[in-house]
Design a protein around this ligand. Sequence first.
Ligand code: TXA
Ligand code: MG
Length: 349
Amino acid sequence: MITLIEKIGFPLSEENISVIESCAKIIKNGGLVAFPTETVYGLGANALISDAVKGIYAAKGRPSDNPLIVHINDIDTLNLIAKNISNKAMLLIDKFWPGPLTIIFDKTDVIPKETAGGLDTVAVRMPKNEIAKLLIDKSGVPIAAPSANLSGKPSPTKASHVIDDLNGKVNAIIDGGSSDIGLESTVIDMSTDIPCILRPGAITKSMIESVIGNVILDKNLLNEHEKPKSPGMKYKHYAPDADIILVQGNNINNVVNKIIELSNSYTNKNIGIICTEETKDFYKNYNNVISLGSKNNTETIAKNLFDTFREFNKLNVDIIFAEGLPEENLELAIMNRLKKASGYNIINV
Ligand code: TXA
Ligand code: MG
């Protein structure tokens, strides 16, 4: 398949708008278009056409029981695809849509089983990105879109990441520059009695609780996988090609010392280090050191994380040591991705 690659600038020109219109037509007619959102790039298809959605799973190599997020632009479409929408869910919508919050509802029959991964629920999000909004508007249909990466790879935060993973497998890729947030949306299940955060993101637990009161974190986000494992033992592979070992502790000096000790012990491996602006100078003796940004600017750290994972693939490192962050607010989302990427290979110091 030949993939159209279209670069879009801001503010949108007439030509940009007509490019988005043709991509919208591709989606409406059952094709696949990767597009930017404020979180990460998505791989979009018409959420109402089973075969179109099957194309998403095929292009990504994604297991078909992993449900997709449906992207919409208005509440009428929400009422078409979801039911039993609670008052609390409406409060979240008023506060956080459009934006990086995905809400899970009971689904209606309009949503085919492929989109919902066989579940009775549907995940819905109203994105904020101008290109995403226009694409949904012009297509006139809800757009199912997972992150536009090959299954198991880091989510794409630049068009070049999408091109690396999906060129030749999709009809079009819209290049809208770097993602503002760089981490996937917060996912909250509002279909159950007690609202439950399934995936942490830029809309934090405390932001949500300030609107609807107590919510819980899914147990997988708490301690279930945190048992320290011996280095090299993987619970689950995800993200960069190299193994990641996450080093966590309240005292940053201990964390740095542990990483230096580990780096020196893996003499026959090409090692990489993920650190912050505050600690990068401690690792001057090592080659593949990438700072995610200042620990005082977690938005930048979030934005750089997935790109850094992909940078390490280019550097051909065998093993990456990453500094942990305290797990609150946006750092909870950052640490969630780092822990998954490490296969819960965590050393506490
Ligand atoms: O920021 C984002 O959410 C991006 C952009 C493109 O919108 N999309 C994204 O999609 O990250 P994806 O497919 O990579 O992640 C969706 C997550 C998966 O973990 C999936 O299992 C979960 O949401 N999910 C989707 N529908 C669900 C449902 N009905 N019940 C429980 N989890 C669901
Ligand atoms: Mg994904």
